[in-house]
Each structure stands twice: as C-alpha cells, then as structure tokens.
Ligand binder design. Structure first.
Ligand code: FE2
Length: 250
C-alpha cells in the first residue's frame, strides 16, 4: 500500500494579494501533479490546511486539491477551523463520523487508518482530553489484529530543541504515549505541525513528521529548506510488512 502524506499547506484565499499566497498554491499544485504520477492508494493530509480558517481559504484549497486522483483524508491542525473545514468538505462522509471531534477510522484498506483530532479552538498546542482518550482506546480495541497507521497533527514527542512540550498538558501527552504503546497493531504514527522532517521510535512504534508544503514556513536548516523546493512524503507498506518512508523533493 502506498500512502502520500501532505501537510501544513497554509493556503490563503484565491483573492489574496500576498505573494506568499501564490507561492503556497504553486507548491501544493506541484506536489499534487507528482502525487498523481506516483499513483498512491490514498493521500493523508495532516493539518494546517489553510492559514486563517476562513471559508474562502477552504474554497481555494478545495479547488487546488480537486485534481488529486487518490482519495484524500484530512485532519485539522491548529490553524484550521473545524466548522469551516467540514462545511467545505461536506460531501466527505469521514468528516462527519464524530460530532465533537474531527476524527475517524477507515477500514477499507490493507492498513487501517485512524485519524486523531488533536485541536481545540484558540489552542495552539495539542490536546488529548479524556473524551479523546476513550475514543482512541475503544477504536484501537475494536480491531486488534488490523495493521494500523495513526495520524495526528501535533507530534506527541519532542523534535530536538525545536519543539518541546507540544501538548497543552504533560499528562495528556503521557496518556497518549501509554495508549499507543499498548496497541502493537499501530505500525506507524505520522504527524505535521513542526514543518520539518523528523523520525524517531516512540511508544513502541515508529513516528515521523514532515516538512511543510509551504516552503516559506520551513523551520529547519536542512537540505530541503536550502533548496526551497516543494516536498512531500511517500510511505510504503509492502506485503512483507516492511514500512518505508521517503521525502520527494520536486
Ligand atoms: Fe503549520
């Protein structure tokens, strides 16, 4: 199964006069053209889809991702407005599987997809309240033998000195770690938010973040940032259960 991951596009409205708005749209469109050539089974979009959570930004985003040939599964980031996001994508049933949170489980692929909503209005950090803890435990308990990829906007682990204590409360991050470590069917955790590529072992699984598609928001001095080129990530799980990830720089 081949999965393309895109993240942190921070799209502005089509009417925006800002140069960054045009550049971010171009960055995303270049990624989408290449994703279509790679023919992934699905695309995971790990949040911060637009800059201000406005309906006109979502309208622009929707037109930009329309050429994607594979199904796309979006989770919100702290920049997103869940009501506006759901309204823009009201034709997508997965967006409406849960009333309080924009999270869901998809059981249609060789890998089970579990999307966890880590956002709360007016909160920049990640949130993993009791209700979300219950939902995740129940969802994971339902399918213990189904290989799973979990995706969350906020990484629940530190990314060197650049990103530490990313959750509102330390006990919430600890609760997430404990739950994930108890369910070995989680083969991979993928996140956005930090705008750079990072990989680590975390809570008995392999975890990663990815560079922002918006090159003006890249946060690390690495090869990707220096090149100022759009980049996204391809995750591949083979029939022998090998799980590999690589950045595609365009
Ligand atoms: Fe972001």
């Amino acid at each position: 199964m081949l999965i393309a991951q895109i993240s942190d596009t921070h799209i502005l409205s089509e009417q925006s006069q800002q140069n960054t708005g045009r550049l971010r749209s171009e960055n995303l469109s270049r990624c989408i053209s290449d994703i279509n050539l790679q023919k992934p089974d699905i695309v995971i979009f790990t949040g911060d889809t637009v800059q201000h959570g406005k309906s006109e930004e979502y309208a622009h985003l929707k037109s930009l991702i329309a050429p994607l040939q594979a199904p796309v599964f979006i989770i919100p980031g702290n920049r997103d407005n869940k009501t506006a996001l759901r309204t823009a994508f009201k034709d997508q049933p997965y967006m409406h599987m849960h009333n309080d949170f924009l999270h869901y489980a998809i059981d249609e692929y060789p890998l089970r997809l579990i999307a966890l909503d880590s956002t709360e209005e007016d909160e920049r950090k990640g949130v993993f309240c009791k209700a979300r803890q219950q939902w995740l435990k129940k969802t994971l308990s339902d399918e213990l033998d189904y290989p799973t990829i979990l995706f969350i906007h906020h990484p629940p682990f530190d990314v060197e000195d650049h990103y530490t204590d990313g959750y509102r409360r330390a006990d919430e991050a600890l609760a997430l770690s404990k739950i994930v470590s108890r369910y070995p069917q989680i083969e991979r955790l993928v996140c956005g938010h930090v705008h750079c590529y990072f990989e680590c072992n975390w809570s008995n699984t392999r975890a990663s973040t990815m560079p922002s598609i918006a090159v003006d928001l890249r946060r690390y001095v690495d090869n990707i940032e220096c090149q100022q080129k759009p980049a996204y990530v391809l995750h591949r799980r083979t029939s022998s259960s090998a799980f590999t990830s690589k950045i595609r720089v365009l």
